[in-house]
Design a protein around this ligand. Structure first.
Ligand SMILES: Nc1ncnc2c1ncn2[C@@H]1O[C@H](COP(=O)(O)OP(=O)(O)OP(=O)(O)O)[C@@H](O)[C@H]1O
Length: 173
């Protein structure tokens, strides 16, 4: 199934896809991952089973990491490092589902993480929305049917508008 932009995006900068399979979601993530740089912040929202981890697996692949990707629901943060030969940035996969408010946030060291030279991917950002930088790429995954998911990419700030413009160009020419 080829990727198609839907006309339902909320602003001209947003991109909407329907993914028809876990593999397609991963492929969308990989295409995005190839464009990410140190310091980028991606916030992923959507209910349990929406496909956040599947998309993050693709992003990690796009960044050159081939190892296991699992949701760090209990440890809160997983760090993935691509083979040094790839010279790629560290990837921080954060899951705030079990986080108990902003106070606990300071105990996991997210502030420090956001200042490091890595790519930061955060599931369940709404748990601490006020404490996160206003410039980021927001991704919302929604359940459409057993095998279909809507993937909406919403850039916040110029860096992420540019990123999505490049992503769109790379995807659709
Ligand atoms: N089009 C699709 N895209 C992504 N996942 C899909 C799709 N169709 C079916 N699935 C299935 O949905 C599930 C998504 O699980 P995943 O762990 O990625 O969700 P999640 O949003 O990270 O959930 P959680 O918040 O529980 O970690 C997987 O079992 C996957 O096989």
């Amino acid at each position: 199934m080829t990727d198609q932009i839907l006309p339902a995006a909320q602003t001209p900068h947003d991109l909407d896809f329907i993914s028809h399979s876990p593999a397609q979601t991963e492929r969308i993530g990989a295409r995005l991952g190839r464009l990410l740089c140190a310091g980028d912040l991606i916030l992923l929202s959507g209910p349990l089973g929406a496909g956040k981890t599947q998309l993050i697996k693709g992003i990690a692949r796009g960044l050159g990491y081939d190892g296991p990707v699992t949701s760090p629901t209990f440890v809160l943060i997983n760090e993935y490092r691509a083979d040094a030969a790839h010279h790629r940035v560290p990837i921080y996969h954060v899951d705030l589902y079990r986080l108990d408010g902003v106070r606990e946030l300071s105990t996991i060291g997210l502030d420090e993480l956001l200042m490091t030279e890595g790519v930061c991917l955060i599931e369940w950002p709404e748990r601490v929305a006020m404490a996160l930088p206003s410039e980021h790429l927001q991704i919302v995954l929604s359940y459409v049917s057993e095998t279909k998911r809507q993937v909406r990419l919403m850039p916040r700030g110029q860096r992420y508008r540019d990123l999505l413009a490049t992503f769109k160009e790379a995807t659709f020419g």
